[in-house]
Ligand binder design. Structure first.
Ligand code: ATP
Ligand code: MG
Ligand code: MG
Length: 549
């Protein structure tokens, strides 16, 4: 189709369709490992995989749980992942798969590799295997077990499966090339012994396939045409291809794209799990988390996340996207769809002295300036109102156009007021109240003399106002550049947000607007510098659950 913005992946799919490489089929998959909750990086992959499939007639995208590592996986994650993919607006239909359903098939392929002399059971220890592998600058060394006979390897492999050996006693390795410049090709491990209960297969297996082997074959079994993955797997592609070629099975094609990184947050399930387990956040859905569930709780909409994924596009180069872009996407979406109310977060009382006591007047306010279809509401006005404390300055700097002594401003939807007197607490000197007058002729937003006022303030009528609890969330990390780097990690966590709780007043009749929860507070409590999160002491140790209305 011509109407979609193209990228190099869609170009590849176009070419493959043209050349009939896959008989005109387009089958993608989103393959999460169920070892954590999905984050916004996964959303990029979900939008890409489901997006590409939906753009071609007959295109299909599978949801496959890459559940081949029993140690870290859990049914809780299986459920949350499905919920999040659905919430994002994608549907896998009947194409839900589990790599663990292929354990028997994967085992069979492994025996075939042994029989073909392309895999062998190695009995070196893990340390020895690492040592024999060599380094980027130093060639690897062949294991003394590499030339075991087919019969011996097959016998050992079967006994591995039957549970005759301790964990780590043997592994199955591909017989490729110990001198390959690509470390992944130096006889990679295909199977290891691991006595762990799998969340689906229980204790049926005590050997489990390694990621690269299992992933390539899972793609092939499902006849995936384009296996889209992130760049760090580029070096694994030769092994992916080797596996499918040597076994002469369906040739899925791996294509890599750049993973998403965003400032002020981290994008690794492992790291996020540490935050959850350490109690640094209230859970996977803490509103500061970059998880789909955290973003949802913070008030993000699926549309905003999909728009964001469209905006960032697909490329071959790793970049860090500014958090401001994600926020821009939700702001745009809410601008169009969220009903507005006026709210005062830090109230300052204003008495309008020439407004009759007890009189209440209603002004019509639009519910959404960008969408007249959302109608209007009536906002009560009275002698006592609250304005935002920040909207008043006793000693206004130049270019401050809001309220100040002797100055006139417009109250949104209502009238003009002029500040006549500032009332202070005699002990603390804190401003407790403003005494103002209004111009009855200004009702409706202008006066017959056409005089100009520069500031327009939001406000709420004090007797009609509702109390609301407002949570102002910060970013997850204080330092915009903190993000996962290979090797050393340093994070500064933002403070627990919104504590102590701030209250705001909303104008009568309105529901608290969830968009308030999205403002950022400037408080950035800097945590202790941490390395790999060791020794981090949260500034606010008591973490209470929050929920949005
Ligand atoms: P993490 O590093 O957060 O643990 P992962 O790659 O190990 O992520 P998987 O569950 O294996 O997590 O990921 C499922 C799919 O999502 C993979 O195809 C992976 O490439 C993709 N994906 C994960 N993180 C990102 C990201 N930051 N940007 C784009 N795609 C991602
Ligand atoms: Mg992974
Ligand atoms: Mg990972």
């Amino acid at each position: 189709p011509d109407n979609i913005s193209s990228d190099f992946i869609r170009n590849i799919v176009d070419e493959d369709l043209e050349s009939q490489k896959y008989d005109g089929r387009v089958v993608t998959r989103f393959p999460p490992e169920p070892n954590g909750y999905l984050h916004i990086g996964h959303a990029k992959s979900i939008c890409l995989n489901f997006g590409v499939a939906s753009e071609y007639s007959g295109g299909v995208c599978h949801l496959r749980f890459d559940d081949t590592n029993p140690l870290r996986e859990d049914i809780e994650y299986i459920n949350s992942i499905q919920e999040d993919v659905r919430w994002l607006g994608f549907d896998w239909g009947s194409n839900l798969f589990y790599a663990s359903d292929y354990f028997e098939a994967l085992y069979g392929y492994a025996e075939q590799l042994i029989l073909d002399g392309k895999a062998y059971v190695d009995s070196l220890t893990a340390d020895e295997i690492r040592e024999y592998r060599g380094t980027l600058t130093e060639s690897g060394k062949e294991s003394p077990y590499r030339n075991r006979s087919v019969e011996e390897s097959l016998d050992l492999f079967r006994r591995m499966r039957d549970g005759e050996f301790e964990d780590g006693a043997h592994v199955l390795r591909a017989k490729i090339d110990m001198t390959s410049p690509n470390l992944n090709m130096r006889d990679p491990t295909l199977y290891r012994i691991r006595r762990a209960t799998h969340h689906r297969t229980g204790d049926k297996w005590c050997i489990y396939p390694m990621y690269d082997y299992a992933h390539a074959l899972s793609d092939s079994i499902e006849k995936i045409t384009h296996s889209l993955c992130t760049l760090e797997f580029e070096d694994h592609r030769p092994l992916y291809d080797w596996t499918l070629e040597e076994l002469d099975v369906y040739r899925s094609q791996q294509v890599e794209f750049a993973r998403l990184n965003i400032t002020n947050t981290i994008m690794s399930k492992r790291r996020l799990l540490q935050l959850v387990e350490g109690g640094y956040v209230s859970g996977w859905d803490d509103p500061r988390m970059p998880t789909i569930s955290g973003l949802r709780r913070r008030g993000y909409t699926p549309e905003a996340i999909r728009t964001f994924c469209d905006h960032i596009g697909i490329s071959k180069r790793d970049t860090v996207v500014n958090m401001a872009l994600l926020e821009h996407c939700i702001r745009e979406d809410l601008n169009r769809h969220a009903p507005r109310v006026m709210a005062v977060l830090n109230p300052l009382k204003v008495i309008i002295e020439n407004y009759p006591e007890g009189q209440v007047q209603e002004f019509e306010a639009v519910n959404n300036p960008e969408d007249p279809g959302m109608g209007t509401r009536n906002v009560p006005f009275s002698r006592e109102i609250y304005i935002e404390r920040d909207d008043f300055r006793e000693d206004p700097p130049s270019r401050f156009f809001r309220l100040a002594p002797g100055r006139e401003v417009r109250l949104r939807y209502a009238c003009y007021i002029t500040c006549q007197e500032v009332v202070k607490d005699p002990d603390t000197g804190e401003i407790t109240e403003l005494r103002c007058t209004y111009d009855p002729e200004s009702v409706g937003g202008s006066t017959p003399d056409g005089r100009r006022v520069r500031g327009t303030l939001h406000w709420v009528s004090a007797p009609h106002s509702l109390q609301a609890q407002v949570r102002l969330y910060d970013y997850l990390l204080v330092d915009p550049e903190s993000r996962e780097r290979r090797g050393q990690q340093r994070f500064y966590l933002s403070s627990e947000p919104g504590f102590p709780t701030s209250y705001c007043r909303l104008s009568g009749g309105a529901q608290p607007c969830p968009s308030h929860a999205r403002q950022q507070i400037p408080i950035r409590a800097t945590g202790v510098l941490l390395r790999g999160l060791q020794g981090f002491k949260p500034r606010y140790p008591s973490i209470q659950p929050y929920c949005l209305p």
